[in-house]
Design a protein around this ligand. Sequence first.
Ligand SMILES: NC(=O)c1ccc[n+]([C@@H]2O[C@H](COP(=O)([O-])OP(=O)(O)OC[C@H]3O[C@@H](n4cnc5c(N)ncnc54)[C@H](OP(=O)(O)O)[C@@H]3O)[C@@H](O)[C@H]2O)c1
Length: 237
Amino acid sequence: MRIGILGAGGMADALGTQWARAGHEVMISGRDASASATRAATMTAEAAHTRAEAARARAETAGAEAQVAGARGEVVGVRAGSWAEAAAFGEVVMVAVRQAGLTGVLESAGTALRGKPVIDVANAEGPYDPARPIAPLIRDLTGGHVVKAFNLCHVDVWRLTPPVFDGRPLAVPLCGDDPAALAAVRTLVTDLGCTPVDGGGLERAVLLEATAVFMIGLWFGGADAQAVLPPVAYSGV
Ligand SMILES: NC(=O)c1ccc[n+]([C@@H]2O[C@H](COP(=O)([O-])OP(=O)(O)OC[C@H]3O[C@@H](n4cnc5c(N)ncnc54)[C@H](OP(=O)(O)O)[C@@H]3O)[C@@H](O)[C@H]2O)c1
């Protein structure tokens, strides 16, 4: 899959590197072309490194045949471009810019996102107003098929290969309306070693945004946010 990323910061780096490792073509974009190019080169090296490590680990458990299969795959170099170039490049485009830059970046991206799957990872900076959710704003500014995802976990979680805790792959809720866009993002979640979870339509993205605000508040307060929910056997369902 060709993945365009609007952003060259932490989330672009973490998720883009994972997808490059999985064999996708990735283009990032930022305000400073030279910094973006440097970041793209680092991502390429990291993706190749973790892919080789994974192949070695597979070979140790599955023998020489797996080693050959693992060595055959090549990481396609991560590219860097302008906002418009990354938007045009992606069959799927992830928006991973700070809220302060969101509107300007989407304007610079132009019309290329219309009709495409657009991944929205944004969380509010400053006080969150649930009357003004971010996901529908991105939909309205781009005309894309927005899927809200990846906003509930800190960037370092998205660097884990894979994000598995106590033997359980991380579950990633997705909110979106378009079946093809949801299918594409489910694939990208699975490529991280995570499990996609149906979170409902885009009108429910506001709940994901509010959940992030609530959980981050608990974490910053020193609480174990994961511990607030019981196992499913005790869910009452
Ligand atoms: N960090 C996390 O743990 C985390 C977790 C979940 C969700 N998110 C969300 O992911 C998105 C990206 O976060 P990040 O951690 O990747 O941020 P970051 O490392 O600070 O990167 C921000 C990106 O936004 C770009 N940008 C464009 N206009 C900007 C402006 N006016 N002010 C600031 N930055 C501007 C930056 O461009 P340059 O490259 O030119 O600097 C950079 O590429 C945010 O919506 C955030 O809420 C973050």
